[in-house]
Design a protein around this ligand. Sequence first.
Ligand code: ADP
Ligand code: MG
Length: 327
Amino acid sequence: ARLANQIAAGEVVERPASVVKELVENSLDAGATRIEVEVEKGGAKLIRIRDNGGGIDRDELTLALSRHATSKVSSLEDLERILSLGFRGEALASISSVSRLVLTSKPPSQEQAWQAMAEGREMDVRLQPASHPDGTTVEVSDLFFNTPARRRFLRTEKTEFGHIDEVVRRIALSRFDLALSLRHNGKPVRQYRAASLPSQQDKRLAAICGPAFMTSALRFDSEHHGLRLWGWLAPPSAARVQPDVQYTYVNGRMMRDKLLNHAVRQAYGDRLPAEGHGAFVLYLELDAAEVDVNVHPAKHEVRFHQARLVHDFVYQALSQALEQGES
Ligand code: ADP
Ligand code: MG
């Protein structure tokens, strides 16, 4: 079973940043409103995620670390209408098979916190009482210590940290109401406070996408037949300012989706100067039954049941926003 986990780990755990993504998504699924991410040596030495979510019962700790154990999907029907970020029950098992993992948790209903430890391919998970406030902490040390080939594949500390920072920015843009912080080698790097007011949200947007994007971007919000697209879009004249600002979310899930990208490119169309890039932060919301998120183990891709409809809606909504920005 541990070998199967290590193989699966290759699909889910490419690098420290993918561990951060999976663990933060678990915290969000657990209803956390505050998440602290701490890493050392670009995540290769340590990744620690603390949350104030619902926690894991003592009796569920060992199960949480085993493969295909998910508390989020209990029927085929659920699988066709996924609302949580996780659903495959693969992340914790995969991560623990290629690292030393400590899972500490306290659900509010439990007096005592408990801790489970797993190391590499060893099957036995050790359980012991621990001290922890309501919520969960996952500590992942020495990633890939037992898969040297993959360990060698890691890039420099700076590069790996850059990927982690990017995951944290993406999450910060997906949930403005979330308090989220990032520390590297003991130093605070990012601190996003919970932002509920539009002015606070603008501040977060500026911090992540840059002040140039913030001041030039068109805020728009379109709805049509149960599809909603909203967000910020740089007008073509300003699009060059921040060529790397390209964030798309589908039902709160960060995505790099071909269909969406195509619709965006088409909407910018001839408006962009040669070599120009659009800059945008887009949120697509639709009935969960209309999207299949179970396409890729790392959940980077989705499939829309009515692809044409979604594409045309996105294209129309963006064209309209850009046109309004021109007039
Ligand atoms: P999935 O997210 O696909 O269900 P994971 O392997 O990521 O699978 O997690 C396994 C299970 O462990 C989850 O279904 C959840 O019940 C529990 N879990 C993991 N992380 C947390 C957390 N931070 N807070 C509460 N429960 C968690
Ligand atoms: Mg998960």
